[in-house]
Design a protein around this ligand. Structure first.
Ligand SMILES: Nc1ncnc2c1ncn2[C@@H]1O[C@H](COP(=O)(O)OP(=O)(O)OP(=O)(O)O)[C@@H](O)[C@H]1O
Ligand SMILES: [Mg+2]
Length: 318
C-alpha cells in the first residue's frame, strides 16, 4: 500500500551553551540587546514530520512516499532516506532557498532561544499529488507543514478520491476552527495527542461523539498513558511498551504513526496496528533524535512478542 506523507521536511540545528542566558540579559539595556553565545556543542539532525514517519515505515517494510519542498541543502538527506527505503520522488527542490531549519540553543538551565526558518517549506502548496505520474497512491497522510499545503492536500484527497488521515499535530494551533472542522469532516481517520484533541473540540466545535460519527478511525495518543483507538463504536486501549531508557522524546508521535500506518498497509487489525505503533514509539524514545533508532524486522517482532500476542500475524512483515 503506497502511503503519501505530506508533512514538513526539516533540519534541526541544536546547540548547547555552557553557561546561563539569564546572566547575560541586562534588564537596563533591553532596547539594544546584542548577544552572541559561543556554544560548545552542535548537532545537525534530520527531522520533519514526513521523513520521521517514513523512516519508521521503511524500517518495518512499509511503502512511504514523501510530498514536500526542500532546499539546495537536501542532497545528503535524500540519499539517507532513499537508502532506508523512503521514496523521495515527490519532493521538489527550491534551488534558491534552504530546507526548513530549526535553530535552538539551550543553556545549563535548559532555557532555550530558538528560531524556525520555514525556507522551502513555504512553497509546499506548489507540490500537487495530482501532478505525480507514478504508481497509484492508496492513502494520504495530511501532517503539519505549511498551512496552505495542508488545506490543499485535503482538497486533493477528495478530488482524487483517495482516503486521508488527518494529523494536524503542532499545526493545530495555526489552523482556524473552520480549517480543522473541514479537515476532520472529510477524513478517513484522525490522529492526535490528547491536548491537540482538546484544541480541536474547542476550535472546531466538535464533540468526541461528533468526531466519531465523522471519521472511521480516531486515534488519541496520551504519552506514557498509551493511546486510545475509537472504531465501530468501540474504544480500544493500547498500552505503552516500556522503553529500556528514555533518551529523547523528539519524534515519538511520528514513530507511533509510522508503526500504525505500516500495520494498516498490511491490513492488520487496528488493535495490532496500535501495538506496532507503541513499540515503534518506544524504540524512538531510546535514542537521541527522531531517526536514530534502528532495528531489523526480526528484532522488532521478537521484542513485540515479549509484550503482546500477535497470533503469528507479524510474520507478514518479513
Ligand atoms: N514515556 C513513554 N513511554 C512509553 N511509550 C511512550 C511514552 N511517551 C509516548 N509513548 C508512546 O508514543 C505514543 C505517542 O506519544 P505522545 O502521545 O506523547 O505523542 P505526541 O504528543 O504527539 O508526541 P510528539 O512530541 O512526538 O509530538 C504514545 O501513545 C505511546 O505509545
Ligand atoms: Mg505529536
Amino acid at each position: 500500500m503506497k502511503v503519501a506523507l505530506t508533512g514538513s521536511i526539516a533540519y534541526d540545528y541544536l546547540m548547547s551553551f555552557p553557561g546561563h542566558f539569564k546572566e547575560h540579559i541586562l534588564a537596563d539595556k533591553l532596547e539594544s540587546i546584542s548577544l552572541s553565545f559561543l556554544v560548545d556543542k552542535m548537532v545537525k539532525r534530520r527531522g520533519g514530520i514526513g521523513p520521521n514517519i517514513g523512516y519508521t515505515m521503511a524500517l518495518l517494510g512499509g511503502d512511504p512516499i514523501l510530498f514536500s519542498t526542500v532546499g539546495q541543502d537536501f542532497d545528503e538527506y535524500r540519499s539517507w532516506l532513499e537508502d532506508k527505503g523512503v521514496d523521495t520522488s515527490g519532493v521538489r527542490v527550491i534551488e534558491d532557498d534552504f530546507t526548513a531549519s530549526f535553530f535552538a540553543t539551550t543553556d545549563r538551565d535548559n532555557s532555550q532561544i530558538s528560531s524556525f526558518y520555514p525556507g522551502a517549506m513555504s512553497y509546499a502548496a506548489d507540490v500537487k499529488i495530482s501532478d505525480w505520474k507514478g504508481e497509484k497512491i492508496d492513502l494520504i497522510v495530511v501532517s503539519p507543514t505549511d498551512p496552505a499545503a495542508m488545506n490543499l492536500y485535503i482538497d486533493e484527497a477528495s478530488e482524487l478520491d483517495i482516503p486521508y488521515l488527518y494529523d494536524p499535530s503542532q499545526q493545530t494551533v495555526r489552523l482556524s476552527g473552520a480549517d480543522l472542522r473541514k479537515g476532520v469532516e472529510g477524513a478517513y481517520g484522525l490522529f492526535v495527542n490528547d491536548y491537540e484533541f482538546g484544541l480541536i473540540e474547542k476550535h472546531a466545535e466538535l464533540s468526541i461523539d461528533d468526531i466519531q460519527n465523522l471519521v472511521e478511525i480516531l486515534v488519541i495518543t496520551k504519552g506514557d498513558q498509551g493511546s486510545l483507538i475509537y472504531v465501530d463504536g468501540k474504544e480500544i486501549l493500547i498500552p505503552v511498551v516500556p522503553p529500556d531508557k528514555i533518551i529523547d522524546p523528539t519524534g515519538v508521535g511520528d514513530a507511533f504513526r509510522g508503526g500504525f500506518l505500516t500495520g494498516m498497509s498490511y491490513d492488520l487489525d487496528l488493535e495490532l496496528c496500535g501495538k506496532i505503533g507503541a513499540l515503534a514509539a518506544a524504540y524512538c524514545l531510546e535514542t537521541d533524535g527522531p531517526q536514530s533508532h534502528s532495528y531489523t524486522k526480526d528484532e522488532f517482532i521478537h521484542r513485540f512478542r515479549q509484550h503482546f500476542d500477535d497470533q503469528g500475524k507479524l510474520e507478514i512483515l518479513l
